[in-house]
Design a protein around this ligand. Structure first.
Ligand SMILES: [Zn+2]
Length: 281
């Protein structure tokens, strides 16, 4: 019922003005990453008003990689591990970022990942091999003509407010789509380096806090904070149990105009469909 109410609100609001979507992805950031980091220093993300969970499995595996999970967010469909912007039948999918460009809606993609990292690439690249650096570099160069892409950036917290302000000015009331990724929560979890992982998480958390400030000042904005999958099998006792990814559900936190849409249990593909409704319907 509550969801229906928000969907009706969504339709009505589209008659007047456009909305911004800010998607913030803490790569590998499971529920225990947040809880364990919170034991040392309060994690702001945990105080966001709307909470839900997300299933992350890919089309061909119970445990996803960042390519398939980011494609679920960018295209709204399950695909195979290692695929970026492509469906299991190897057809290209139109990403939410590419669709925004078609609608003349400004797009910003920012990540601390290496230049051809899977999560940012899923928004503008199309390849069945996430390690095909040459192809991804070329597609990134082409996409850069229409999107603001900074991969890698040193720290998300250094750029988030400036970038949101720039996108907002460029949008001039038309709405914008921004994706920020904190990639090294994953990298440090693969290495089972708990202390370094926490430092990365705190920086990502600071960036989220800054983004909520923007949402507060720009009420036609929805902020979604989630992971693509869990990395390290972090236990309640804050011990890593694997150097790889796991298939557990990950938490989503949201704030802003349509935050309620992200409450409760959902599939990763639904995140796309909800963002799509906010941006284009
Ligand atoms: Zn990983």
């Amino acid at each position: 019922m509550k969801k229906l109410f928000f969907l009706i609100m969504l339709v009505l609001s589209k008659l007047t003005y456009a909305d911004n979507v800010i998607l913030m992805i803490g790569d590998g950031m499971g529920a225990n990453h947040l809880k364990c980091a919170d034991k040392t220093k309060p994690v702001y993300i945990l105080s966001l008003p709307v909470k839900g969970t997300v299933h992350t499995y890919s089309a061909d595996a119970k445990v996803t990689d960042s390519a398939a999970s980011a494609t679920a967010y960018s295209c709204g469909q399950k695909t195979n591990n290692h695929f970026l912007g492509k469906l299991p039948n190897k057809e290209n999918c139109l990403t939410i970022a590419e669709e925004a460009v078609k609608h003349d809606i400004p797009v910003g993609i920012y990540s601390t990942d290496h230049p051809t990292g899977a999560t940012p690439s899923a928004f503008y690249a199309h390849t069945s091999d996430r390690h095909n650096k040459k192809k991804i570099e070329q597609q990134k160069k082409e996409a850069s003509q229409h999107m603001d892409i900074i991969v890698p950036t040193e720290k998300i917290s250094d750029i988030v407010l400036m970038k949101l302000k720039n996108l907002s000015e460029k949008a001039n009331g038309k709405g914008f789509f921004a994706m920020f990724e904190g990639a090294k929560i994953d990298t440090n979890s693969h290495a089972q380096n708990f202390k370094q992982m926490k430092d990365e998480l705190y920086d990502f958390d600071l960036a989220v806090m800054q983004a909520t400030q923007f949402v507060y000042d720009n009420p036609s904005t929805t902020l979604i904070v989630l992971a693509d999958h869990e990395t390290g099998g972090l236990t309640d006792e804050c011990q890593y149990t694997t150097g790889g990814h796991t298939g557990v559900d990950i938490p989503v936190h949201a704030y802003g105009k349509y935050a309620q849409l992200f409450e409760g249990e959902q599939d990763n593909t639904e995140i796309y469909h909800k963002m799509h409704k906010i941006l284009f319907q």
